[in-house]
Write a protein that binds this ligand. Structure first.
Ligand SMILES: [Zn+2]
Length: 460
């Protein structure tokens, strides 16, 4: 099957060019002006942008959390992602405490295999650092699981102490992977959270105020310094505050391989959304939403490349029946927000459409940098030889975000009623049209597991 995309503007991270794009099978074959070639179908992209498919490096499909499961399966979550212009996700496989990495990885392969509609890779959450686990990490890197996430939060569940984190970092320095850190001081946070609950401050809002941005900055600084000594690249996931951003910026100014992502919720939502009684449970995630004045600092971090990536941390729980587990005690609200469908368009809306950054920087943040940093060597640009993951993007389309029309399997939207500019008309995943306007043409199981390359060689 050959598909010709004509008359569009190819927008890559490094340049925008008026050109036609020929897709042959699963790959981009040729890019050129007024291509005169035979094709099985032609898409007219006049007035549209032709951009590489979005890559969301932080999702949690079917994650067990707080006695329940994140609602989207690999099927529903990846279909929603595709509708929103994302054609690759990297999800987090979880090592069960006391178990092996292999057990966790096998479980995640089983969830995704034959179900995912778009391509996917895995990071590995290391929740129990032992000698045998360190050895397993090397084997995983060879299997394309090149990134390991550890936590300074969630004592008793995911938290690793500094010694354990440092050992995992040293191992990763040797095997060529990269360390991902959830950086919040979980021990101190739990003290404040318990004090609030005991004082009768049980509304969702107190989830937010119990997790000070200073606790985030403290943990960010600490893990960056551990990584400095271990001589390993470190990537801070879901960075939410200017306090933590300043720690990353300082390390980068010193020349350290420290990186970070933020998420749409920290760019568009704020602590104010957590007020309004139990309605605030819809916005409970960790790190929490911050006072609104942090948002412009995070946008500035994206423009200046102190933040390299925007991912979603997609981890949806229904308001009814799931978030409600925490009625009367904010500590029991499942942590996480839906977002995998909204990221590419929200970043367009707040980025190039708002005049904050060029279309090229937007492409870099939502696709090219994630591909480069996470070893997705076949993705992240419109270039001959790469996978034909392509969006025919309308930068002028207006639409209103709503749970009534979104495709995520969750009963609310954090952005309900928000009117945004930009949307994908057509979405191709390895050459197949999976979304055409409102129509779903993809298939369950159409996505493939991607064995990722070591990150290290792509970082400098
Ligand atoms: Zn997460």
């Amino acid at each position: 099957m050959r598909t010709l995309i004509k008359n569009g503007t190819v927008v890559n991270a490094d340049a925008s060019t008026r050109a036609d794009v020929l897709v042959d099978g699963e790959k981009i074959a040729t890019i050129g002006i007024d291509l005169d070639v035979a094709a099985d179908r032609t898409i007219d992209a006049a007035g549209k942008w032709v951009v590489p498919g979005g890559i969301d490096v932080h999702t949690h499909m079917e994650l067990p959390f707080g006695g329940t499961f994140a609602k989207d399966t690999f099927e529903t979550g990846t279909r929603a992602a595709a509708f929103g212009g994302t054609t690759t996700i990297i999800d987090f496989a979880v090592q069960p405490r006391g178990g092996s990495l292999r057990e966790g990885l096998d479980a995640w392969h089983e969830k995704a295999d034959g179900n995912a509609c778009i391509d996917y890779g895995f990071h590995m959450i290391v929740s129990d650092v032992r000698d045998d686990v360190l050895t397993e990490m090397d084997a995983l890197v060879d299997e394309g699981i090149t990134t390991f996430k550890l936590f300074t939060a969630y004592p008793g569940v995911f938290l690793s102490d500094d010694g354990a984190i440092f050992r995992a970092m040293q191992q990763t320095a040797k095997n060529g992977g990269m360390i991902l850190m959830h950086a919040e001081n979980g021990m101190a946070i739990d003290v404040v959270a318990n004090q609030n609950a005991e004082a009768g401050n049980t509304d969702p809002y107190y989830h937010g105020v119990s997790r000070s941005p200073v606790f985030e900055a403290d943990a960010t600084s600490r893990v960056i310094r551990l990584a400095e000594v271990a001589e390993v690249p470190v990537y801070i996931v879901h960075l939410s505050s200017r306090n933590a951003l300043n720690e990353v910026r300082r390390a980068r100014d010193e020349g350290q391989p420290a990186f970070a992502e933020t998420c749409p919720q920290y760019l568009f939502l704020s602590l104010d959304d957590m007020k309004n009684g139990f309605e605030g449970a819809k916005f409970v995630c960790s790190p929490p939403l911050r006072p609104a004045d942090h948002q412009e600092d995070l946008w500035d971090g994206l423009v200046r490349d102190d933040l390299q990536v925007v991912s979603t941390d997609h981890c949806p729980f229904d308001f009814h029946g799931q978030k409600e587990l925490g009625r009367g005690d904010f500590r029991k609200i499942p942590n996480g927000l839906p977002g995998v469908e909204d990221r590419v368009d929200l970043l367009h809306h707040g980025g190039p459409a708002a005049g904050r950054m060029s279309p090229n920087r937007w492409v870099e943040i939502v696709s090219t940098a994630p591909a480069r940093m996470f070893g997705l060597t076949q993705k992240g640009a419109i270039a001959p030889g790469l996978d034909a993951d392509i969006l025919v993007y309308d930068p002028n389309r207006k639409r209103t975000i709503s749970a009534r029309t979104h495709h995520m399997d969750v009963d609310y939207s954090c952005y309900e009623g928000m009117e945004i500019t930009g949307g994908s008309d057509v979405v191709l995943s390895r050459g197949r049209i999976v979304v055409d306007g409102e129509e779903w043409l993809g298939e369950k199981g159409g996505g493939r597991f991607i064995k990722r390359a070591r990150s290290r060689e792509y970082l400098k």
